[in-house]
Design a binder for this molecule. Structure first.
Ligand code: ADP
Length: 510
């Protein structure tokens, strides 16, 4: 027991003894008076004195109980006032209780009454802290959105509300995929990443470039998106998103591209005529040219071919942008297709003192591909292998059957790609910093190749080590695996669209 309460305990204890003694004494006195002076029978005297003992003990015990209860009553009142439960309770007063432990109990009561003030000031501090954080988040010019585990937007700062061009009620409390209609370039969307982050197969932070926000009346914004996934948050914050607006920057690229694609389109006819003449000259003049002139002719032919590939790439990228690039998958002999693609590039390789070594397994099953598009992919991969290899070493093309798909790899021993940029090489317009200025290019070849391979239902990948070389690989499906998708039995082809922009949400209702 708390030492301060000892005196109270002792005083109650003493009072109980006194009550007992006093009641007994009053009983005995009553008995003596009744038998000696009033001379009633001993039986009546005993019963009466027992009754008197009982009545006296009840009266005095009640008084003692009241005094003992006074301290409990005082503390309970103080607590009720302190917790602000019932403000009409009368304040405890020092005179309400008797002496023992009085100072201590009064102090305790005063402290109890202060609880209320303490709670209020803590709440006040919490509230002002919250207001402070809210003001900080609202003063950040970057749009920030918080999404719950049920995919509901629980917070959007001022910048986000302005950026989404919706009223706060149409954002906060709404299903995220309804409020934000996003499209991503390539296969990785916020939704697909979130799924993999949740099951632990992907990292908890992700950044996407060139994300498109589709607004009303065909208005669009483009931005880079940073997302952070929080597992089992006690505040039900599952996802925080920050939008870095790059609309002006990316639209400039898009305008440039549409202008370039218009201009490039005009190059097609004269280029085809020029290539035709070069072929005629090569056929007709081979005998009469000396070795230097033959080399000039080869250079001319290789350059015309490179220009044609460039024209085709630009036009196809523009088509991807509009989701208007369609591939026609047909049954093809992959060995034949790839050998032809390599033969087309052999001249260019030779002009750059390189050799393409082709190693394609015999007896591979037929594949379902769009031949012209696969030529384009091979052109890009081999062209890169030539461009980014500064030595005379061979470029190796290998094709095998792997995990039910046909896999082709193009390997070089060139400058390789640094590990910190390798994740970006398939992005639109991406060019690795080191080679950007010294080697010509557009940063579109691998983006286009990926869109083509994705549309085939295959995958494209890269393995590379700086200064040691790179291997790019892609897969295409075996024809018998996709033959059931042929709709037109006359044409025997499957039409697939190559998508530049993938909707973020498969169930998007907008
Ligand atoms: P580019 O027109 O710049 O070659 P690509 O889309 O074909 O555009 O390639 C993107 C970037 O990837 C290139 O700028 C280059 O830095 C890197 N790259 C592609 N292929 C190779 C390779 N075989 N070796 C080294 N780097 C490569």
């Amino acid at each position: 027991m708390i030492t301060y309460l000892q005196p109270l305990r002792e005083s109650i204890w003493l009072k109980i003894i006194l009550v007992t003694l006093f009641s007994l004494l009053s009983g005995v006195i009553a008995y003596v008076i009744l038998t000696k002076y009033i001379t009633v029978s001993p039986y009546v005297a005993a019963c009466s004195s027992l009754a008197i003992t009982f009545i006296v003990s009840v009266i005095i015990s009640k008084r003692v109980a009241d005094q003992a209860m006074a301290s409990t009553n005082l503390l309970v009142r103080a607590l009720i006032i302190g917790l602000d439960d019932s403000p009409e309770i009368e304040k405890p007063d020092a005179k309400d209780i008797i002496k023992p432990s009085r100072e201590y109990l009064i102090k305790l009561a005063e402290r109890a009454m202060d609880i209320n003030v303490a709670i209020k000031s803590t709440n006040q501090a919490g509230l002002s802290k919250m207001h402070f954080y809210q003001a900080v988040a609202d003063s950040i010019a970057v749009p920030i959105i918080v999404v719950s585990s049920k995919q509901i937007i629980t917070y959007a700062n001022n910048a986000a509300i302005k950026y989404l061009e919706l009223s706060p009620e149409k954002i906060i409390g709404q299903y995220f995929y309804d409020a934000c209609n996003l499209s991503f370039v390539g296969g990785s969307t916020l939704e697909s990443w979130l799924e993999s982050a949740k099951d632990g197969s992907n990292k908890q932070n992700e950044i996407w470039e060139r994300v498109r926000l589709n607004l009303a009346e065909d208005k669009r914004k483009q931005f880079d998106l940073a997302a952070h996934y929080i597992k089992d948050s006690d505040k039900d914050i599952e996802l925080t998103l920050a939008f870095f607006d790059r609309t002006l920057h990316y639209e400039r690229d898009d305008h440039d591209l549409s202008f370039v694609s218009l201009a490039v389109h005009e190059l097609r006819t004269p280029l085809t005529i020029m290539r035709g003449y070069i072929e005629v000259f090569e056929d007709e003049l081979t005998e009469s040219l000396n070795s230097e002139q033959t080399e000039f002719m080869h250079n001319m032919s290789a350059s015309a071919q490179q220009l044609a590939a460039f024209v085709s790439s630009i036009l196809n990228v523009a088509r991807i942008e509009e989701n208007a690039l369609y591939l026609h998958l047909k049954e093809e002999n992959i060995k034949k297709v790839l050998e032809e693609a390599c033969k087309n590039m052999q001249l260019r390789a030779r002009v750059h003192d390189k050799n393409i070594v082709v190693n394609i397994d015999d007896n591979l099953p037929t594949v379902g591909i769009d031949k012209v598009s696969i030529f384009e992919v091979m052109n890009n991969l081999i062209d890169n292998a030539i461009k980014y290899t500064h030595t005379k070493e061979d470029i190796t093309v290998k094709t095998t059957l792997k995990d039910g798909m046909i896999e082709t790899t193009v390997s070089d021993n060139g400058i390789g790609i640094a590990s910190n940029v390798i994740g970006h090489v398939f992005d639109k317009f991406y060019r690795a910093h080191k080679s950007k200025n010294s080697i010509g290019g557009t940063g579109l070849g691998l983006y286009l190749s990926k869109a083509i391979i994705d549309a085939h239902g295959g995958t494209i990948w890269v393995k590379s080590k700086e200064d040691q070389g790179s291997t790019f690989g892609f897969t295409v499906p075996i024809y018998s695996d996709i033959a059931s998708q042929i709709k037109d039995s006359q044409n025997k082809e499957i039409v697939r669209g190559a998508h530049g922009w993938i909707k973020n949400h498969t169930l998007y209702r907008g």
